[in-house]
Design a protein around this ligand. Structure first.
Ligand code: MTE
Ligand code: MOS
Length: 807
């Protein structure tokens, strides 16, 4: 067992404690950034001037009329920027643009004494534009060859030769939707400037250090002149990894120019129309199988819809490419990646960060091809699992292939898969208009940032003279329970009760140069750093206690707030006494901790290396019921076993698995992000701008019977106290629901019916899949190389059209 992963007896990690702020969350006492406004004097409010054109050049901007509106204090424009007029790290995102790049792009901001004054002022600003041609769909961008960023290629083996030698070759195309984050707390920043010109920005950000950097470069300041604090977020889900920066910079610029605090909080429809979402993708593929249904080759081109600027599109695409294999061994692989540039919001990180998009392609292929191969989908998936010793297409060994199998078998067993499959078949045989299906899918998800440098974390641990402990670390809290875990890590590492430890909000002047709390690595990185800081303190305290206990320092043990030697029954000293004595002996009682993940390397040009410390695994089995008249469906039961290593905090982890799964089900089956792509004045407009038109999962869509358990005996050598990351991987367990819907639709047709299913698989999409299955049109593939008839039934809506043919 490694020193990092070893867990002492009586550890506080692993105990089921509630989220550290649960009581505050449910009583409404928890403070979010915008709650500070009422506690701050003389705050100005910011409102954007959004231009409603998908693409246009600004030819005139008249701000004077706004200044005539009572309560308007100032209008911020590009001319006010003392530093760099850019909101991103790629220098392709003008903060005050003179070219409108998407419908709703903000060109300037109005500051008012009240929000209403700022809003009226924004309405009074006169903007003249010259409309330009716009690309709205990914297909339009592909046709126009409008791409941005690098075009990576992931390659192993000779794909042509492998396809030629394959017993079966299929090809197809799929386009699938993005997803709106819909965090409960919209983007928010509150900026203040002190008497020395020091800028203090409170921001709802997953990446305070980068928010600090962007604010500094917009204002022409150094990083040391800007402090960013994040109290907590009401959800981030990746949407606050990059997107808060420009908004924080606007607030900071306003504060600097007016000398007053400036608050910027987006309304829901501003948030939806102005900030980035999960990338939708288009994929074209060709796949080979041998006679037993084993994958032989995959040739694919993935085009993500990046929106107007790069943002995180390149790393998202890289992760998509690195997850197209999911849990499956594919000997020969060639995957090309491209990022379309469209006139939309700049698409960004979203839980899974491209992983779900890559996996959707292979899961779609397997679900689509299984009937044609004459193999049950679960058997086809199982047959293609990695074996120990095999490598991913980018060259990383799959060291825990057996663990995935153990997880899979556990779900088959506890989910009663065989018996329930028979029950479903019996039900379907006796039911003409309602069909059920049971599907099981695996997840293998790489943990670490692909970009090696981000895999570092920092922490500051203070032990006060009275023995109380205060920790600060580089990670942010967005509901995922990171702070809870860090408190447990510190209590375990110091050997004190959990109640001894408190946690202070994330601030860049406490822990500098932090990475985004993202890639699910928050607990790994910051936990490593908190543990390191605690160990430095204990090493010093051990010397002090050794003298008191008359034992060698190496034999001193800290546990449960008591300090003792190794020998049972020996003398003990309370933690507080050791701490007090250490202070009077002039021993430093605080430490800065640091952690870097070892053993990573990644060549992003060659797309080769070992970018991940380990893989997280999970398996889900979902049973659905579909109504053949309407396509409406219910999720009857879901069984999940998920691998979080040895859990740091089981209640938090189970919450993450449940939440991730449901969010994934939302993406794949409910949430239907629609952009107006017809010509006309509304082209490029998002027509789903609120909860009334954008359907989120709610209680009524929860699985009726939902059984989640954590994989047992799952110690992870490479991570803090033997745990594994949890935040993102469970989202991809939702493929089980999508595949169950596909199988249920197929059950309306003759045996062996292959089904195309649009994504999201809304009731409407399921209805068309049922229709196609019933009529047999286009959905029947015969083995032997004949072209299938083209689908002639009612069209799937254009954003999800695809053709599949066997060649
Ligand atoms: N859980 C909640 N409740 N709210 C969130 O915003 N974000 C997810 C996940 N779980 C999120 C969440 C995303 S996208 C990531 S990357 C991880 O949490 C980040 O936190 P971690 O690294 O501490 O797991
Ligand atoms: Mo999560 S998408 O890595 O913030």
């Amino acid at each position: 067992m490694s020193a990092l992963s070893q867990r002492p007896a009586g550890a506080v990690v692993g105990t089921a404690v509630p989220h550290e702020a649960a009581a505050l969350h449910v009583t409404g006492l928890a403070l979010y950034t915008d709650d500070l406004v009422g506690r701050t004097k003389d705050v100005l409010h910011a409102w954007p001037v959004q231009v409603m054109h998908a693409h246009a050049r600004v030819t005139a901007l008249r701000t004077d009329p706004a200044l005539a509106v009572p309560g308007v204090v100032r209008v911020l424009t590009g001319a006010d920027v003392p530093g760099v007029n850019d909101a991103g790290v790629k220098h392709d995102e003008p903060l005050f643009p003179d070219e409108v790049m998407f419908y709703g792009h903000a060109v300037c901001w109005v500051l008012g004494e009240t929000l209403e004054a700022a809003r009226l002022g924004a309405e009074a600003v006169e903007v003249e534009v010259e409309p330009l041609p716009a690309l709205v769909t990914v297909r339009e961008a592909i046709e126009a060859e409008a791409f941005q960023g690098g075009q990576p290629r992931l390659e192993r083996g000779d794909v042509e030769q492998a396809l030629t030698a394959s017993a079966h070759v299929f090809s197809g195309e799929i386009e699938f939707a993005g997803q709106e984050h819909f965090y409960l707390e919209t983007h928010c920043a509150l900026a203040l400037v002190d008497e020395n010109g020091q800028v203090f920005v409170q921001s709802s950000t997953q990446h305070p250090s980068e928010t600090q950097e962007i604010v500094a470069h917009v204002l022409g300041l150094t990083s040391s002149e800007v402090t960013v604090q994040c109290l907590r977020m009401g959800g981030g889900f990746g949407g606050k990894e990059m997107q808060p920066h420009g908004l924080a910079a606007i607030a900071a610029l306003g504060a600097r120019l007016t000398g007053r605090p400036v608050r910027l909080r987006l309304t829901r429809s501003q948030d939806i129309t102005m900030t980035g979402k999960r990338h939708g993708f288009h994929a074209r593929w060709q796949v080979g199988f041998d006679d037993e249904g084993r994958l032989t080759a995959l040739d694919a081109t993935l085009t993500s819809d990046g929106g107007w600027s790069l943002d995180l599109s390149e790393p998202v695409l890289a992760r998509a490419l690195c997850h197209i294999d999911n849990a499956y061994w594919i000997p020969a692989v060639r995957v090309n990646g491209r990022i379309a540039r469209t006139n939309k919001t700049s698409q960004t990180a979203f839980r899974g960060f491209g992983g779900p998009q890559g996996m959707l392609v292979i899961e779609d292929i397997l679900g689509r091809c299984a009937p044609t191969l004459g193999i049950d989908p679960h058997e086809l998936r199982r047959r293609n699992f990695y074996a120990v010793g095999q490598e991913t297409p980018y060259g990383q060994p799959v060291r825990q292939a057996d663990r995935l199998l153990r997880t899979w078998d556990q779900v088959l067993d506890t989910g009663d898969f065989a018996a329930r499959t028979a029950e479903v078949a019996a039900f379907n045989a006796g039911s003409l208009h309602v069909k059920r299906a049971l599907a099981i899918t695996p997840v293998k998800f790489g943990i670490s940032f692909n970009f090696t440098a981000f895999n570092q974390g920092g922490a500051l641990v203070h032990v006060y003279k009275d023995g109380s402990v205060l920790i600060t670390h580089g990670g942010t809290e967005m509901g995922q329970g990171l702070h809870t875990k860090m408190l447990q890590v510190a209590a375990t590492a110091l050997g004190v009760p959990l109640s001894r430890v408190r946690l202070a909000p994330t601030r860049t002047d406490k822990v500098p140069n932090t990475s985004a709390t993202a890639a699910s690595s928050g607990a790994d990185l910051n936990g490593g750093a908190v543990k390191n800081a605690c160990e430095q303190i204990l090493a010093r305290l051990s010397q002090v206690a050794a003298e008191q206990l008359h034992v060698p320092a190496a034999d001193v043990r800290f546990s449960g707030g008591v300090v003792r030697g190794l020998a049972p029954g020996g003398p003990t000293v309370p933690w507080e006494d050791v701490v007090r004595l250490a202070y009077f002996s002039r021993v430093q009682l605080w430490a800065a901790g640091y952690y870097r993940t070892e053993g990573l390397h990644w060549d992003s040009a060659a797309m080769r290396g070992e970018p991940f410390k380990y893989f997280a695994h999970g398996v889900a089995a979902a049973e659905v019921e579909v109504d053949g008249f309407t396509g409406a469906y219910r999720v009857r039961r879901v069984d999940i076993v998920h691998d979080v290593g040895d859990s740091l905090s089981p209640l938090v982890d189970i919450g993450q698995v449940e939440g991730g799964f449901v969010q994934g089900v939302g993406w794949l089956t409910l949430e239907d992000l629609r952009w107006e792509d017809r010509e006309g004045p509304n082209r490029g407009r998002i027509s789903t701008q609120s909860a009334s038109t954008y359907k989120l999962p709610s209680f009524s869509e929860m699985p009726e019977d939902f059984r989640v358990s954590l994989l047992e005996s799952a110690h992870e050598e490479g991570a803090v106290f033997g745990s594994k990351a949890v935040g993102e991987p469970p989202l991809m367990l939702a493929f089980s629901v999508r595949e169950a819907l596909r199988q249920a639709a197929a059950a309306f047709g003759p045996a062996g019916t292959a089904v195309d299913l649009a994504s999201p698989a809304t009731p409407e999409a399921v209805f068309w899949a049922v229709e196609a299955a019933r009529s047999g049109e286009g959905a029947h593939l015969r083995d032997g190389g004949e072209q299938p008839p083209q689908p002639t039934g009612p069209p799937i809506r254009p954003t999800s059209e695809r053709v599949l043919s066997e060649s």
